[in-house]
Design a protein around this ligand. Structure first.
Ligand code: FAD
Length: 579
Protein backbone atom coordinates (compact mmCIF):
# COMPACT_ATOMS: atom_id res chain seq x y z
CA UNK A 1 0.00 0.00 0.00
CA UNK A 2 1.52 3.32 -0.99
CA UNK A 3 -0.92 5.68 0.72
CA UNK A 4 -2.50 4.72 4.00
CA UNK A 5 -6.02 3.38 3.49
CA UNK A 6 -9.13 4.06 5.54
CA UNK A 7 -12.10 1.83 4.76
CA UNK A 8 -15.61 2.68 5.90
CA UNK A 9 -18.40 0.11 6.00
CA UNK A 10 -21.87 1.65 5.72
CA UNK A 11 -22.48 4.79 3.71
CA UNK A 12 -25.31 6.59 5.47
CA UNK A 13 -25.40 8.70 8.66
CA UNK A 14 -22.31 7.67 10.63
CA UNK A 15 -20.21 6.24 7.79
CA UNK A 16 -20.65 9.06 5.29
CA UNK A 17 -20.00 11.69 7.96
CA UNK A 18 -16.88 9.90 9.14
CA UNK A 19 -15.45 9.50 5.64
CA UNK A 20 -16.02 13.15 4.73
CA UNK A 21 -14.49 14.39 7.99
CA UNK A 22 -11.39 12.22 7.55
CA UNK A 23 -10.86 13.81 4.18
CA UNK A 24 -11.37 17.32 5.55
CA UNK A 25 -8.70 16.59 8.14
CA UNK A 26 -6.25 14.70 5.96
CA UNK A 27 -5.70 14.90 2.21
CA UNK A 28 -2.98 12.35 1.77
CA UNK A 29 -4.76 9.04 2.33
CA UNK A 30 -7.05 6.75 0.37
CA UNK A 31 -10.64 6.54 1.62
CA UNK A 32 -13.08 3.92 0.35
CA UNK A 33 -16.72 3.68 1.43
CA UNK A 34 -18.56 0.36 1.05
CA UNK A 35 -22.34 0.31 1.01
CA UNK A 36 -24.34 -2.81 0.30
CA UNK A 37 -27.40 -0.77 -0.73
CA UNK A 38 -27.63 1.25 -3.92
CA UNK A 39 -27.59 4.65 -2.22
CA UNK A 40 -25.27 6.47 0.11
CA UNK A 41 -26.03 9.31 2.46
CA UNK A 42 -29.78 9.15 2.05
CA UNK A 43 -32.25 10.69 4.47
CA UNK A 44 -33.87 7.68 6.10
CA UNK A 45 -35.45 10.10 8.61
CA UNK A 46 -37.41 11.54 5.67
CA UNK A 47 -38.83 8.23 4.47
CA UNK A 48 -42.16 8.37 6.39
CA UNK A 49 -42.77 11.82 4.87
CA UNK A 50 -42.04 10.50 1.40
CA UNK A 51 -44.80 7.91 1.98
CA UNK A 52 -47.19 10.71 3.02
CA UNK A 53 -46.17 12.88 0.03
CA UNK A 54 -44.90 15.64 2.28
CA UNK A 55 -41.60 15.04 0.50
CA UNK A 56 -42.75 14.54 -3.06
CA UNK A 57 -39.58 14.02 -5.06
CA UNK A 58 -37.50 10.96 -4.23
CA UNK A 59 -34.30 12.78 -5.25
CA UNK A 60 -34.70 15.09 -2.29
CA UNK A 61 -33.95 12.12 -0.02
CA UNK A 62 -30.46 11.84 -1.45
CA UNK A 63 -28.34 14.13 0.65
CA UNK A 64 -25.18 13.21 -1.28
CA UNK A 65 -24.32 10.95 -4.20
CA UNK A 66 -21.28 8.75 -4.96
CA UNK A 67 -20.26 11.33 -7.57
CA UNK A 68 -20.27 14.10 -4.99
CA UNK A 69 -18.12 12.01 -2.65
CA UNK A 70 -15.72 11.32 -5.50
CA UNK A 71 -15.52 14.87 -6.84
CA UNK A 72 -15.66 16.91 -3.69
CA UNK A 73 -13.98 14.63 -1.19
CA UNK A 74 -11.86 12.27 -3.28
CA UNK A 75 -13.59 9.35 -1.61
CA UNK A 76 -14.19 6.20 -3.65
CA UNK A 77 -17.72 4.87 -3.09
CA UNK A 78 -18.58 1.24 -3.77
CA UNK A 79 -22.35 0.85 -3.67
CA UNK A 80 -24.04 -2.55 -4.00
CA UNK A 81 -20.94 -3.91 -2.31
CA UNK A 82 -21.27 -5.94 0.84
CA UNK A 83 -18.46 -6.36 3.33
CA UNK A 84 -18.52 -10.08 4.13
CA UNK A 85 -15.85 -10.46 6.78
CA UNK A 86 -12.98 -8.78 8.59
CA UNK A 87 -9.55 -10.33 9.04
CA UNK A 88 -8.33 -8.15 11.86
CA UNK A 89 -5.01 -9.96 12.30
CA UNK A 90 -3.97 -9.32 8.69
CA UNK A 91 -6.00 -6.12 8.42
CA UNK A 92 -8.12 -6.66 5.36
CA UNK A 93 -11.82 -7.02 4.66
CA UNK A 94 -13.48 -9.35 2.20
CA UNK A 95 -16.00 -7.59 -0.01
CA UNK A 96 -18.55 -8.86 -2.49
CA UNK A 97 -19.84 -6.92 -5.48
CA UNK A 98 -23.52 -7.78 -5.21
CA UNK A 99 -24.13 -7.10 -8.92
CA UNK A 100 -21.44 -9.43 -10.26
CA UNK A 101 -20.95 -11.76 -7.30
CA UNK A 102 -17.19 -11.08 -7.47
CA UNK A 103 -15.28 -11.08 -4.21
CA UNK A 104 -11.98 -9.43 -3.33
CA UNK A 105 -9.84 -8.44 -0.36
CA UNK A 106 -9.35 -4.80 0.61
CA UNK A 107 -6.48 -4.01 3.00
CA UNK A 108 -6.73 -1.18 5.55
CA UNK A 109 -4.81 0.82 8.11
CA UNK A 110 -8.04 1.97 9.73
CA UNK A 111 -11.48 0.45 9.43
CA UNK A 112 -14.77 2.11 10.45
CA UNK A 113 -17.93 0.11 11.01
CA UNK A 114 -21.13 2.09 10.61
CA UNK A 115 -23.35 -0.81 9.64
CA UNK A 116 -26.40 0.59 11.42
CA UNK A 117 -29.26 -1.47 12.74
CA UNK A 118 -31.82 -3.87 11.37
CA UNK A 119 -35.48 -4.32 12.08
CA UNK A 120 -36.58 -6.62 14.83
CA UNK A 121 -39.14 -9.07 13.47
CA UNK A 122 -41.67 -10.38 15.96
CA UNK A 123 -41.84 -14.14 16.31
CA UNK A 124 -45.16 -14.66 14.49
CA UNK A 125 -46.27 -16.44 11.35
CA UNK A 126 -47.14 -14.64 8.13
CA UNK A 127 -44.45 -11.99 8.10
CA UNK A 128 -43.31 -13.17 4.68
CA UNK A 129 -46.71 -12.51 3.08
CA UNK A 130 -47.09 -9.88 0.38
CA UNK A 131 -48.55 -6.80 2.04
CA UNK A 132 -46.25 -7.02 5.09
CA UNK A 133 -43.76 -4.15 4.98
CA UNK A 134 -40.89 -2.62 6.86
CA UNK A 135 -39.58 0.90 6.27
CA UNK A 136 -35.81 1.30 6.41
CA UNK A 137 -34.56 2.18 2.93
CA UNK A 138 -35.51 4.09 -0.20
CA UNK A 139 -36.52 0.86 -2.00
CA UNK A 140 -38.76 -0.01 1.01
CA UNK A 141 -40.49 3.35 0.77
CA UNK A 142 -40.83 3.02 -2.99
CA UNK A 143 -42.50 -0.36 -2.53
CA UNK A 144 -44.99 0.94 0.06
CA UNK A 145 -45.76 3.99 -2.05
CA UNK A 146 -46.40 1.84 -5.11
CA UNK A 147 -48.97 -0.18 -3.15
CA UNK A 148 -50.64 2.80 -1.51
CA UNK A 149 -53.53 3.05 -3.97
CA UNK A 150 -54.57 -0.48 -2.88
CA UNK A 151 -54.19 0.11 0.84
CA UNK A 152 -57.39 1.25 2.46
CA UNK A 153 -56.70 -0.21 5.93
CA UNK A 154 -53.30 -0.73 7.53
CA UNK A 155 -52.01 -2.09 10.78
CA UNK A 156 -48.84 -0.51 12.13
CA UNK A 157 -47.09 -2.80 14.61
CA UNK A 158 -45.21 -0.66 17.08
CA UNK A 159 -46.05 2.73 18.57
CA UNK A 160 -42.51 4.07 18.85
CA UNK A 161 -41.69 7.31 17.07
CA UNK A 162 -41.06 5.59 13.73
CA UNK A 163 -44.25 3.53 13.78
CA UNK A 164 -46.26 6.61 14.71
CA UNK A 165 -44.66 8.80 12.04
CA UNK A 166 -45.54 6.13 9.52
CA UNK A 167 -49.08 5.85 10.92
CA UNK A 168 -49.55 9.61 10.62
CA UNK A 169 -48.38 9.64 7.02
CA UNK A 170 -50.54 6.67 6.05
CA UNK A 171 -53.54 8.37 7.66
CA UNK A 172 -52.82 11.54 5.74
CA UNK A 173 -52.70 9.44 2.58
CA UNK A 174 -56.29 8.35 3.31
CA UNK A 175 -55.58 4.98 4.94
CA UNK A 176 -57.56 3.83 8.01
CA UNK A 177 -54.79 3.03 10.47
CA UNK A 178 -54.73 0.81 13.53
CA UNK A 179 -51.63 0.99 15.71
CA UNK A 180 -50.72 -2.02 17.78
CA UNK A 181 -48.39 -1.78 20.77
CA UNK A 182 -47.41 -4.57 23.13
CA UNK A 183 -46.92 -2.27 26.14
CA UNK A 184 -49.79 -0.29 27.62
CA UNK A 185 -48.65 3.10 26.29
CA UNK A 186 -47.60 4.72 23.06
CA UNK A 187 -44.04 6.06 22.73
CA UNK A 188 -42.32 3.91 25.32
CA UNK A 189 -39.55 6.51 25.71
CA UNK A 190 -42.04 8.73 27.56
CA UNK A 191 -43.48 8.14 31.00
CA UNK A 192 -46.94 6.71 30.87
CA UNK A 193 -48.89 9.75 32.05
CA UNK A 194 -47.12 11.93 29.46
CA UNK A 195 -47.75 9.37 26.72
CA UNK A 196 -51.45 9.61 27.56
CA UNK A 197 -51.62 13.09 26.02
CA UNK A 198 -50.19 11.68 22.79
CA UNK A 199 -52.52 8.69 22.79
CA UNK A 200 -55.53 11.02 23.12
CA UNK A 201 -54.18 13.25 20.36
CA UNK A 202 -53.66 10.32 17.99
CA UNK A 203 -57.16 9.01 18.63
CA UNK A 204 -58.58 12.49 18.07
CA UNK A 205 -56.87 12.41 14.67
CA UNK A 206 -58.51 9.18 13.71
CA UNK A 207 -55.93 6.52 14.56
CA UNK A 208 -57.22 3.40 16.30
CA UNK A 209 -54.90 2.39 19.12
CA UNK A 210 -54.67 -1.14 20.43
CA UNK A 211 -52.39 -0.99 23.45
CA UNK A 212 -51.21 -3.92 25.57
CA UNK A 213 -51.91 -6.14 22.56
CA UNK A 214 -49.67 -8.26 20.38
CA UNK A 215 -50.15 -9.87 17.01
CA UNK A 216 -49.85 -13.64 17.09
CA UNK A 217 -50.30 -14.42 13.40
CA UNK A 218 -50.95 -12.90 10.00
CA UNK A 219 -52.95 -14.81 7.38
CA UNK A 220 -53.73 -14.15 3.76
CA UNK A 221 -57.51 -14.32 3.45
CA UNK A 222 -57.70 -13.61 -0.27
CA UNK A 223 -58.44 -10.52 -2.35
CA UNK A 224 -55.23 -8.93 -1.11
CA UNK A 225 -56.58 -8.97 2.44
CA UNK A 226 -54.58 -9.87 5.53
CA UNK A 227 -56.08 -11.05 8.78
CA UNK A 228 -54.09 -10.27 11.89
CA UNK A 229 -54.90 -12.24 15.01
CA UNK A 230 -54.14 -10.54 18.31
CA UNK A 231 -53.31 -12.20 21.62
CA UNK A 232 -56.69 -10.93 22.80
CA UNK A 233 -58.19 -13.22 20.11
CA UNK A 234 -59.42 -10.20 18.20
CA UNK A 235 -59.11 -10.48 14.43
CA UNK A 236 -58.26 -7.41 12.37
CA UNK A 237 -58.60 -7.33 8.59
CA UNK A 238 -56.26 -5.00 6.73
CA UNK A 239 -54.67 -4.52 3.34
CA UNK A 240 -51.17 -3.96 4.71
CA UNK A 241 -49.11 -4.51 7.83
CA UNK A 242 -46.19 -2.24 8.68
CA UNK A 243 -43.71 -3.79 11.08
CA UNK A 244 -41.99 -1.26 13.31
CA UNK A 245 -41.37 -2.99 16.60
CA UNK A 246 -37.79 -1.86 17.09
CA UNK A 247 -34.29 -2.28 15.78
CA UNK A 248 -31.18 -4.15 16.84
CA UNK A 249 -27.53 -3.46 15.99
CA UNK A 250 -26.27 -4.97 12.76
CA UNK A 251 -23.22 -6.30 14.52
CA UNK A 252 -22.62 -9.67 12.82
CA UNK A 253 -19.43 -8.52 11.05
CA UNK A 254 -17.96 -7.30 14.33
CA UNK A 255 -19.10 -10.40 16.21
CA UNK A 256 -17.61 -12.80 13.67
CA UNK A 257 -14.36 -10.81 13.67
CA UNK A 258 -14.11 -11.33 17.43
CA UNK A 259 -14.63 -7.70 18.43
CA UNK A 260 -16.08 -7.12 21.87
CA UNK A 261 -19.88 -7.02 21.90
CA UNK A 262 -21.87 -5.61 24.82
CA UNK A 263 -24.83 -6.92 26.76
CA UNK A 264 -27.33 -5.24 24.39
CA UNK A 265 -25.76 -6.79 21.30
CA UNK A 266 -23.98 -3.62 20.17
CA UNK A 267 -20.27 -3.19 19.49
CA UNK A 268 -18.38 -1.97 22.56
CA UNK A 269 -16.27 1.11 21.94
CA UNK A 270 -14.15 3.37 24.13
CA UNK A 271 -14.69 7.13 24.40
CA UNK A 272 -12.86 7.56 21.08
CA UNK A 273 -15.25 5.13 19.35
CA UNK A 274 -12.44 2.62 19.05
CA UNK A 275 -13.44 -1.04 19.28
CA UNK A 276 -11.51 -3.74 21.13
CA UNK A 277 -9.18 -3.78 18.08
CA UNK A 278 -6.96 -0.70 17.88
CA UNK A 279 -7.33 -0.40 14.08
CA UNK A 280 -11.14 -0.63 14.02
CA UNK A 281 -13.64 2.07 15.02
CA UNK A 282 -17.42 1.74 15.16
CA UNK A 283 -20.14 4.41 15.24
CA UNK A 284 -23.90 4.85 15.03
CA UNK A 285 -26.68 2.36 15.60
CA UNK A 286 -24.25 -0.56 15.73
CA UNK A 287 -22.54 0.59 18.94
CA UNK A 288 -23.50 0.63 22.58
CA UNK A 289 -23.12 3.99 24.26
CA UNK A 290 -22.82 5.08 27.90
CA UNK A 291 -25.75 7.04 29.23
CA UNK A 292 -24.40 10.22 30.84
CA UNK A 293 -26.99 10.13 33.61
CA UNK A 294 -27.20 6.47 34.57
CA UNK A 295 -23.66 5.59 33.44
CA UNK A 296 -25.16 2.40 31.98
CA UNK A 297 -24.48 1.02 28.50
CA UNK A 298 -27.43 1.31 26.16
CA UNK A 299 -28.45 1.37 22.51
CA UNK A 300 -29.60 4.70 21.14
CA UNK A 301 -30.27 4.32 17.43
CA UNK A 302 -30.73 7.89 16.27
CA UNK A 303 -29.19 10.01 13.54
CA UNK A 304 -27.74 12.85 15.63
CA UNK A 305 -25.51 10.63 17.77
CA UNK A 306 -24.46 8.60 14.68
CA UNK A 307 -23.30 11.77 12.94
CA UNK A 308 -21.43 13.09 15.95
CA UNK A 309 -19.78 9.76 16.61
CA UNK A 310 -18.74 9.55 12.94
CA UNK A 311 -17.11 12.93 13.26
CA UNK A 312 -15.26 12.08 16.48
CA UNK A 313 -14.10 8.70 15.17
CA UNK A 314 -12.67 10.49 12.12
CA UNK A 315 -10.72 12.84 14.36
CA UNK A 316 -9.34 9.94 16.38
CA UNK A 317 -8.38 8.00 13.25
CA UNK A 318 -6.48 10.95 11.87
CA UNK A 319 -4.68 11.39 15.19
CA UNK A 320 -3.81 7.70 15.58
CA UNK A 321 -2.93 6.78 12.00
CA UNK A 322 -1.52 10.06 10.73
CA UNK A 323 -0.47 11.68 14.04
CA UNK A 324 -1.73 15.14 13.22
CA UNK A 325 -4.45 16.52 15.50
CA UNK A 326 -5.63 15.84 19.05
CA UNK A 327 -8.66 13.57 19.62
CA UNK A 328 -11.90 14.62 21.24
CA UNK A 329 -13.68 12.06 23.41
CA UNK A 330 -17.36 11.21 22.96
CA UNK A 331 -19.33 12.54 25.90
CA UNK A 332 -21.89 9.77 25.95
CA UNK A 333 -25.57 9.66 25.20
CA UNK A 334 -28.16 11.81 26.85
CA UNK A 335 -31.32 10.69 25.09
CA UNK A 336 -32.58 13.77 23.27
CA UNK A 337 -35.42 13.03 20.84
CA UNK A 338 -38.17 14.86 19.00
CA UNK A 339 -41.14 13.72 16.96
CA UNK A 340 -44.02 15.54 15.28
CA UNK A 341 -47.43 13.88 15.09
CA UNK A 342 -50.51 15.58 13.61
CA UNK A 343 -49.27 19.03 14.59
CA UNK A 344 -48.15 17.97 18.07
CA UNK A 345 -44.47 17.91 19.03
CA UNK A 346 -43.14 15.41 21.54
CA UNK A 347 -39.59 15.92 22.75
CA UNK A 348 -37.47 14.37 25.45
CA UNK A 349 -34.02 14.69 26.90
CA UNK A 350 -32.21 12.80 29.63
CA UNK A 351 -33.83 9.84 31.30
CA UNK A 352 -37.47 9.17 32.12
CA UNK A 353 -38.97 8.26 35.47
CA UNK A 354 -39.34 4.60 34.52
CA UNK A 355 -35.57 4.42 34.15
CA UNK A 356 -34.89 6.37 37.34
CA UNK A 357 -37.06 3.96 39.34
CA UNK A 358 -34.51 1.29 38.45
CA UNK A 359 -31.48 3.39 39.40
CA UNK A 360 -31.10 2.82 43.14
CA UNK A 361 -28.19 5.27 43.38
CA UNK A 362 -30.28 8.22 42.18
CA UNK A 363 -32.81 10.00 44.37
CA UNK A 364 -35.05 11.92 42.07
CA UNK A 365 -37.92 14.38 42.26
CA UNK A 366 -40.24 15.66 39.57
CA UNK A 367 -42.48 18.56 38.67
CA UNK A 368 -45.25 18.93 36.13
CA UNK A 369 -46.24 22.19 34.53
CA UNK A 370 -48.40 23.37 31.64
CA UNK A 371 -47.22 26.85 30.64
CA UNK A 372 -48.07 28.49 27.34
CA UNK A 373 -45.48 28.63 24.59
CA UNK A 374 -45.75 32.42 24.76
CA UNK A 375 -47.65 35.01 26.78
CA UNK A 376 -51.38 34.43 26.86
CA UNK A 377 -52.31 37.93 25.68
CA UNK A 378 -50.54 37.44 22.36
CA UNK A 379 -52.87 35.51 20.01
CA UNK A 380 -52.33 31.81 19.46
CA UNK A 381 -50.77 30.75 22.77
CA UNK A 382 -50.60 26.97 23.11
CA UNK A 383 -49.90 24.96 26.24
CA UNK A 384 -46.73 22.93 26.62
CA UNK A 385 -47.00 19.98 28.98
CA UNK A 386 -43.68 19.57 30.72
CA UNK A 387 -42.33 16.99 33.14
CA UNK A 388 -38.95 17.77 34.67
CA UNK A 389 -36.96 15.19 36.63
CA UNK A 390 -34.09 16.24 38.86
CA UNK A 391 -31.82 14.98 41.58
CA UNK A 392 -33.43 15.44 44.99
CA UNK A 393 -30.06 16.10 46.61
CA UNK A 394 -28.44 18.76 44.45
CA UNK A 395 -31.03 19.68 41.82
CA UNK A 396 -29.02 18.27 38.92
CA UNK A 397 -31.31 17.91 35.92
CA UNK A 398 -31.94 14.27 35.04
CA UNK A 399 -34.53 14.48 32.29
CA UNK A 400 -37.43 16.31 30.73
CA UNK A 401 -40.38 15.45 28.54
CA UNK A 402 -42.50 18.03 26.74
CA UNK A 403 -45.56 17.89 24.53
CA UNK A 404 -47.36 20.68 22.74
CA UNK A 405 -48.22 22.33 19.48
CA UNK A 406 -45.58 25.06 19.55
CA UNK A 407 -42.23 25.89 21.12
CA UNK A 408 -41.60 22.38 22.42
CA UNK A 409 -38.32 21.45 20.75
CA UNK A 410 -36.76 24.77 21.70
CA UNK A 411 -37.48 24.21 25.41
CA UNK A 412 -36.17 20.66 25.38
CA UNK A 413 -33.07 21.79 23.51
CA UNK A 414 -32.35 24.35 26.23
CA UNK A 415 -32.80 21.77 28.99
CA UNK A 416 -30.73 19.29 27.00
CA UNK A 417 -27.88 21.79 26.78
CA UNK A 418 -28.00 22.32 30.53
CA UNK A 419 -27.90 18.56 31.09
CA UNK A 420 -24.79 18.37 28.95
CA UNK A 421 -23.17 21.05 31.11
CA UNK A 422 -24.22 19.15 34.29
CA UNK A 423 -26.73 21.93 34.99
CA UNK A 424 -29.21 22.10 37.84
CA UNK A 425 -32.75 23.35 38.33
CA UNK A 426 -31.13 26.47 39.83
CA UNK A 427 -29.50 27.07 36.45
CA UNK A 428 -32.83 26.65 34.68
CA UNK A 429 -34.51 29.25 36.87
CA UNK A 430 -31.76 31.75 36.05
CA UNK A 431 -31.41 30.95 32.32
CA UNK A 432 -31.59 34.12 30.25
CA UNK A 433 -33.76 33.22 27.27
CA UNK A 434 -35.28 35.13 24.36
CA UNK A 435 -38.42 37.06 25.13
CA UNK A 436 -40.92 39.07 23.13
CA UNK A 437 -44.69 38.39 23.32
CA UNK A 438 -44.82 36.17 20.25
CA UNK A 439 -41.89 34.01 21.34
CA UNK A 440 -42.11 33.37 25.05
CA UNK A 441 -42.67 34.99 28.38
CA UNK A 442 -40.54 36.91 30.82
CA UNK A 443 -40.57 33.71 32.79
CA UNK A 444 -40.03 31.23 30.00
CA UNK A 445 -41.44 27.70 30.44
CA UNK A 446 -37.83 26.58 31.02
CA UNK A 447 -37.42 29.17 33.79
CA UNK A 448 -40.75 28.16 35.30
CA UNK A 449 -39.78 24.50 35.39
CA UNK A 450 -36.55 25.49 37.17
CA UNK A 451 -38.34 27.83 39.57
CA UNK A 452 -40.93 25.27 40.62
CA UNK A 453 -38.29 22.62 41.16
CA UNK A 454 -35.88 24.98 42.92
CA UNK A 455 -38.64 26.27 45.22
CA UNK A 456 -39.45 22.67 46.00
CA UNK A 457 -35.85 21.84 46.88
CA UNK A 458 -35.55 24.98 49.01
CA UNK A 459 -38.54 23.78 51.03
CA UNK A 460 -40.85 26.70 50.34
CA UNK A 461 -42.96 24.79 47.86
CA UNK A 462 -43.56 21.21 49.07
CA UNK A 463 -45.04 18.95 46.41
CA UNK A 464 -47.35 15.95 46.66
CA UNK A 465 -47.20 13.07 44.21
CA UNK A 466 -50.21 12.08 42.18
CA UNK A 467 -49.39 8.40 42.51
CA UNK A 468 -49.95 8.70 46.26
CA UNK A 469 -53.37 10.10 45.66
CA UNK A 470 -54.75 8.13 42.83
CA UNK A 471 -55.78 4.57 43.34
CA UNK A 472 -55.71 2.59 40.12
CA UNK A 473 -59.47 2.14 40.24
CA UNK A 474 -60.35 5.72 41.05
CA UNK A 475 -62.51 7.68 38.71
CA UNK A 476 -63.66 11.19 39.09
CA UNK A 477 -67.10 11.37 40.62
CA UNK A 478 -69.46 13.63 38.77
CA UNK A 479 -71.97 13.59 41.61
CA UNK A 480 -71.13 13.97 45.28
CA UNK A 481 -73.01 10.80 46.28
CA UNK A 482 -70.61 8.73 44.16
CA UNK A 483 -67.59 10.06 45.94
CA UNK A 484 -67.51 7.62 48.82
CA UNK A 485 -67.78 4.62 46.53
CA UNK A 486 -64.90 5.96 44.46
CA UNK A 487 -62.57 6.30 47.38
CA UNK A 488 -59.53 8.08 46.09
CA UNK A 489 -56.97 7.25 48.68
CA UNK A 490 -54.75 4.27 48.85
CA UNK A 491 -55.43 2.73 52.24
CA UNK A 492 -51.82 2.17 53.32
CA UNK A 493 -50.73 5.58 52.20
CA UNK A 494 -49.40 7.74 55.03
CA UNK A 495 -51.04 10.71 53.36
CA UNK A 496 -54.46 9.13 53.09
CA UNK A 497 -55.60 11.47 55.81
CA UNK A 498 -54.67 14.53 53.78
CA UNK A 499 -57.32 17.15 53.09
CA UNK A 500 -57.58 17.94 49.40
CA UNK A 501 -58.25 21.63 48.93
CA UNK A 502 -59.19 22.78 45.46
CA UNK A 503 -58.46 26.49 45.11
CA UNK A 504 -60.08 27.02 41.71
CA UNK A 505 -63.31 28.94 41.27
CA UNK A 506 -66.64 27.38 42.22
CA UNK A 507 -67.58 26.97 38.56
CA UNK A 508 -64.34 25.18 37.74
CA UNK A 509 -64.73 22.95 40.78
CA UNK A 510 -68.27 22.01 39.81
CA UNK A 511 -67.23 21.01 36.34
CA UNK A 512 -64.84 18.40 37.65
CA UNK A 513 -62.93 17.78 40.82
CA UNK A 514 -60.96 15.16 42.69
CA UNK A 515 -63.13 12.95 44.93
CA UNK A 516 -63.24 14.20 48.51
CA UNK A 517 -61.76 17.57 47.60
CA UNK A 518 -63.22 20.66 49.23
CA UNK A 519 -63.43 23.92 47.33
CA UNK A 520 -61.94 27.11 48.76
CA UNK A 521 -61.17 29.50 45.88
CA UNK A 522 -57.74 31.07 46.22
CA UNK A 523 -59.08 34.60 46.59
CA UNK A 524 -61.11 33.65 49.69
CA UNK A 525 -58.51 31.38 51.23
CA UNK A 526 -57.18 33.84 53.80
CA UNK A 527 -60.75 34.42 55.09
CA UNK A 528 -61.56 30.72 55.32
CA UNK A 529 -58.49 29.33 57.04
CA UNK A 530 -60.68 28.34 60.00
CA UNK A 531 -62.32 25.62 57.86
CA UNK A 532 -59.04 23.74 57.59
CA UNK A 533 -57.64 21.30 60.10
CA UNK A 534 -54.16 22.00 61.42
CA UNK A 535 -53.87 18.32 62.34
CA UNK A 536 -54.09 17.00 58.80
CA UNK A 537 -51.74 17.71 55.95
CA UNK A 538 -53.33 19.78 53.20
CA UNK A 539 -52.84 18.96 49.52
CA UNK A 540 -53.74 21.89 47.32
CA UNK A 541 -54.86 21.57 43.73
CA UNK A 542 -55.83 24.02 40.98
CA UNK A 543 -55.87 23.97 37.17
CA UNK A 544 -52.15 23.73 36.42
CA UNK A 545 -50.44 24.27 39.77
CA UNK A 546 -49.93 28.02 39.82
CA UNK A 547 -52.84 29.10 42.03
CA UNK A 548 -52.12 26.10 44.22
CA UNK A 549 -48.55 27.37 44.60
CA UNK A 550 -49.85 30.71 45.86
CA UNK A 551 -52.20 28.85 48.21
CA UNK A 552 -49.33 26.68 49.42
CA UNK A 553 -47.33 29.79 50.33
CA UNK A 554 -50.28 31.32 52.20
CA UNK A 555 -51.01 28.13 54.12
CA UNK A 556 -47.35 27.43 54.92
CA UNK A 557 -46.96 30.87 56.41
CA UNK A 558 -50.08 30.34 58.52
CA UNK A 559 -48.57 27.22 60.05
CA UNK A 560 -50.33 24.54 58.02
CA UNK A 561 -48.55 21.45 56.70
CA UNK A 562 -49.22 21.76 52.99
CA UNK A 563 -48.21 20.38 49.61
CA UNK A 564 -49.07 21.29 46.04
CA UNK A 565 -50.32 18.60 43.67
CA UNK A 566 -47.86 19.36 40.88
CA UNK A 567 -49.38 20.22 37.50
CA UNK A 568 -52.90 20.51 38.94
CA UNK A 569 -56.01 19.10 37.30
CA UNK A 570 -54.25 18.97 33.91
CA UNK A 571 -51.84 16.39 35.27
CA UNK A 572 -54.62 14.69 37.21
CA UNK A 573 -56.49 14.18 33.93
CA UNK A 574 -53.48 12.35 32.46
CA UNK A 575 -53.09 10.07 35.48
CA UNK A 576 -56.82 9.49 35.70
CA UNK A 577 -56.91 8.50 32.03
CA UNK A 578 -54.47 5.69 32.70
CA UNK A 579 -56.96 3.77 34.78
P1 FAD B 1 -27.40 3.70 8.84
O1 FAD B 1 -27.65 5.12 8.54
O2 FAD B 1 -28.57 2.79 8.91
O3 FAD B 1 -26.39 3.15 7.76
C1 FAD B 1 -25.92 1.84 7.80
C2 FAD B 1 -25.62 1.41 6.40
O4 FAD B 1 -24.70 0.33 6.45
C3 FAD B 1 -26.83 0.88 5.66
O5 FAD B 1 -27.09 1.65 4.52
C4 FAD B 1 -26.47 -0.56 5.31
O6 FAD B 1 -26.92 -0.93 4.03
C5 FAD B 1 -24.97 -0.53 5.38
N1 FAD B 1 -24.38 -1.83 5.71
C6 FAD B 1 -24.67 -2.65 6.75
N2 FAD B 1 -23.91 -3.74 6.74
C7 FAD B 1 -23.11 -3.64 5.65
C8 FAD B 1 -22.11 -4.47 5.10
N3 FAD B 1 -21.77 -5.61 5.66
N4 FAD B 1 -21.49 -4.06 3.98
C9 FAD B 1 -21.82 -2.88 3.41
N5 FAD B 1 -22.75 -2.05 3.87
C10 FAD B 1 -23.39 -2.42 5.00
N6 FAD B 1 -33.16 9.19 13.63
C11 FAD B 1 -33.36 10.41 14.14
O7 FAD B 1 -32.52 10.89 14.90
N7 FAD B 1 -34.47 11.15 13.82
C12 FAD B 1 -35.41 10.69 12.96
O8 FAD B 1 -36.39 11.38 12.68
C13 FAD B 1 -35.24 9.39 12.41
N8 FAD B 1 -36.15 8.88 11.57
C14 FAD B 1 -35.92 7.65 11.00
C15 FAD B 1 -36.83 7.17 10.07
C16 FAD B 1 -36.61 5.93 9.48
C17 FAD B 1 -37.61 5.40 8.49
C18 FAD B 1 -35.45 5.17 9.80
C19 FAD B 1 -35.20 3.84 9.16
C20 FAD B 1 -34.55 5.65 10.73
C21 FAD B 1 -34.77 6.89 11.33
N9 FAD B 1 -33.87 7.41 12.26
C22 FAD B 1 -34.07 8.65 12.79
C23 FAD B 1 -32.70 6.64 12.70
C24 FAD B 1 -31.45 7.06 11.95
O9 FAD B 1 -31.71 7.01 10.58
C25 FAD B 1 -30.32 6.13 12.34
O10 FAD B 1 -30.10 6.22 13.70
C26 FAD B 1 -29.04 6.49 11.61
O11 FAD B 1 -29.23 6.43 10.23
C27 FAD B 1 -27.94 5.54 12.03
O12 FAD B 1 -26.79 5.78 11.28
P2 FAD B 1 -25.77 4.58 11.00
O13 FAD B 1 -24.69 5.15 10.16
O14 FAD B 1 -25.41 3.93 12.26
O15 FAD B 1 -26.61 3.52 10.19
Amino acid sequence: MSKKRVLVVGGVAGGATCAARIRRLYEDCEIVLFEMGSYVSFANCGLPYFIGDVIVEEDKLLVATPALFENRFNIRVCTDTQVMSIDKENRFIRVCDLKTGEQRNEPYHALVLSTGSQSVWPDISGLDLPGVHVLRTIPDSRQIKAQLHKIKRALVMGAGYLGLELAENLKKAGVAVTVLQSSDQVMPSLDKEMAKYIADHLENHGLTLKLASKAVSIKNIGNGCLQVELDTEELIEVDAVMVSVGVKPRAELALEAGLEIGEHGGVRVNEYLQTSDSHIWAVGDVVEVKNVITNEWQLFPLAGPANKQGRLAATDIVRKIFSTIPSVPYRGIQGTTVCGLFGMTVATTGVNEKTLKNCPGIEYEKVYLHPSNHVGYYPGAKPIRIKLLYDARDGKILGAQAIGEAGVARRIDVISTFIQMSGTVYDLEEAELCYAPQFGATKDPVNLAGMIAANHLRGNHPLAKWEQLIDTHTQVAEREDEVDQMLAFIMDDPYSEAQIVDVRTVAEFQRKHIPKAINIPLDSLRDRLGELSVEREIWVVCGVGQRAYNATRILQQHGFRVRNLSGGMQTYAAFEGLN
